[in-house]
Design a protein around this ligand. Sequence first.
Ligand SMILES: [Zn+2]
Length: 502
Amino acid sequence: MTTATDALMPYDEVLERFDPVLGLEVHVELGTATKMFCGCPTAFGAPPNTQVCPTCLGLPGSLPVVNGVAVESAVRIGLALNCTIVDWCRFARKNYFYPDIPKNFQISQYDEPIAVDGRFDIELEDGATFRVRIERAHMEEDTGKSLHVGGSTGRIHGAEYSLLDYNRAGVPLIEIVTKPITGTGARAPEVARVYVAALRDVLRGLGVSDVRMDQGSLRCDANVSLMPKGATEFGTRTETKNVNSLRSVERAVRHEMQRQAAVLAAGGTVVQETRHFDENTGFTRPGRVKETAEDYRYFPEPDLVPVAPDTEWVIGLRKALPEPPAERRRRVQTDWDLSDLELRDMVNAGALDLITATVDAGAPAAQARSWWMSYLSQEANTRGIELAELPITPVEVARVVALVAEGGLTNNLARQVVDGVLAGEGTPDEVVESRGLAVVSDDSSLVAAVDEALAAQPDVVEKVRGGKVAAAGAIVGAVMKATGGKADAKRVRELVLERCAQ
Ligand SMILES: [Zn+2]
């Protein structure tokens, strides 16, 4: 048994002596309204065991029926990853016992998956393209959830009792499996992270899942092995399960490389096993010794007919695929005339979709970018949340931009409107109304304020009349103060000069 005191080889030394090989398995929970083989709803967070029926509880006599939308999503995912969609495939039973799987088998696909042999080009941080080959994408059902109560770790060891929630049992999953990824060298951890991030973008673009890693709707199992330099055979791999953030994917791969290298260098052997990544220590710890496919006694699912996607239907789905995220980025970069760095900053800030949506809602690209990348980014940073989690929508930002363009708001007032929206005070128009933020554009009230300011500072008026136009700034400032910043400064200046000239 290895622990958090595992020996680790320095990363540079690992790369001098070994070549890493990765295999990434990503499970994505589909956002279908109902489960894979029954009509139960799939919404996240419902009270335990309220979204269940005889089929997903595995009761005797119940029979599964395939969810057509899930099949369509599987085909679209396969197409987006440049896979071949087979014209005939079957479900298979994967037999094992675990309390969260009430049938004692999981319906999955084994040697007859729906999508095979794809490729997916990802863009690394320095702009280099790396091609990941896709082995397969197959359909299956999710398991229920166990909750171990009473222990300190949340694991079954030391727990007093366990609770089971079958709401998730039978939720449609697509598992996407890469072929062995070689040739990454030092960049293996980065490749793993970027692959999962790029895959998440594609799945989000397809609209098939909410791809929330924090809620488990996107989960990554990272297989890692090492080959001594010059070797041609892959080493024994470990599989780090259910890594639930992009950063953890990168850390887990790096850690496994360093841990395995230390084991091999000390003359030991790497055990083929599943491992769990500990977010706190950055270490992996062993789970169960890895089963082989034979252990599961796969056989074709006798309760379901084969799935044979119609060729014309698949062609139609291919034609209707959204623009791939990488191509979209290139197009946006050209359309908006952005540098590589500007584009990367937007992507890294998670702002691209938000800015695009703001532009779609009518805002000029420059203003949309400016709001999301500066004022709102700062706000998200302060709150410690993602930009997309801010309680303001692209449509609302576009409305604020429009109000400024129409002259209804100054930039300063616009920020106060945004603050109001973020504080939950309503839409931009509602905030303008309730906070009384509209620009004072009525000349008669402005003229009165200007005259008052002029009367209060006769010395300034003399200076302006004497040709020192810059002195008018003091009057403009006084008017802006008197109107609570709600006047259009440019118009105030015009009025000041007009009144002085009289
Ligand atoms: Zn059900």
